[in-house]
Design a protein around this ligand. Structure first.
Ligand code: DC
Length: 237
């Protein structure tokens, strides 16, 4: 779909892309708060779609693909901010709050699989564009700077070593009280998802040529956020 077919931007839009475990979600949430922008977690949309598809308990990959396409075209995905709730950013799928159900390893793997289906990406493109184009929005995902908002006012691409990302993910799982797999297993799952996300034929995870790289391996969250905030204040009016 060409840019001219997409909803026009009505104010500043910031794009943040990068693989899992780079601190992207936490940094985006904090940056949005600091700037008074709306945070749009596009991964949550793919996750909600994956959850609805998994709930159908289909037996073959072909049936799963067909169901995912059908659900992407027909389901209603909405964001709602509930101040004081944990998490504050809630995602509703057909009116049902699925914010907690989408944060499991099964949904992570299924969302990576389902997000490689071209018809799914096409069906979700317009929604992501509409959520962002109102302006003063920060969208995080994998293809925001390359496909959803190639015309974003500022683009960041976050990276970190696989070891550091696995360490962070393991820590998150441990503090959430879930049964944590071994470090090697978490690292393996991250590498698998990276492989799927970067090698899919449509809208693969890739750095936009005009994106600013931030390697978060040795940076604290505060350092990442303050670097990004400084650049937004300097370059985006
Ligand atoms: O950011 P996340 O880990 O919550 O995303 C879950 C999956 O969704 C991820 O494996 C890739 C996919 N995704 C995508 O393909 N494009 C996006 N803009 C956001 C997420």
């Amino acid at each position: 779909m060409s840019l001219s077919n997409l909803a026009p931007k009505q104010g500043p839009v910031i794009a943040i892309d990068g693989p899992a475990g780079t601190g992207k979600s936490s940094a985006t949430r904090r940056l949005a708060q600091a700037l008074g922008y709306v945070h749009v977690d596009t991964g949550a949309i793919y996750r909600a779609l994956a959850l609805l598809t998994l709930e159908k308990k289909l037996e073959t990959p072909a049936l799963e693909t067909a169901a995912a396409i059908e659900i992407a075209r027909s389901a209603r995905f909405e964001f709602r901010r509930i101040v004081g709730a944990d998490p504050e950013n809630r995602i509703l799928a057909d009116g049902r709050d699925v914010s907690l159900l989408i944060r499991t390893p099964e949904v992570s793997m299924a969302s990576s699989r389902i997000s490689a289906i071209p018809e799914v990406r096409a069906a979700l493109l317009d929604l992501q564009r509409r959520l962002g184009c109102v302006g003063r929005t920060i969208l995080e995902g994998r293809d925001i700077g390359t496909v959803v908002f190639p015309d974003a006012d500022l683009k960041f691409f976050l990276t970190a070593s696989v070891e550091e990302r696995a360490k962070r993910r393991l820590y998150e799982l441990e503090i959430s009280g879930k049964d944590a797999p071994s470090f090697e297993e978490v690292k393996r799952q991250i590498e698998l998802r990276d492989h799927g996300d970067t090698t899919r034929s449509i809208a693969p995870l890739k750095r936009a040529p005009d994106a600013i790289d931030i390697d978060t391996t040795t940076l604290t969250l505060d350092e990442v956020v303050s670097r990004m905030e400084g650049l937004v204040r300097e370059r985006v009016s």
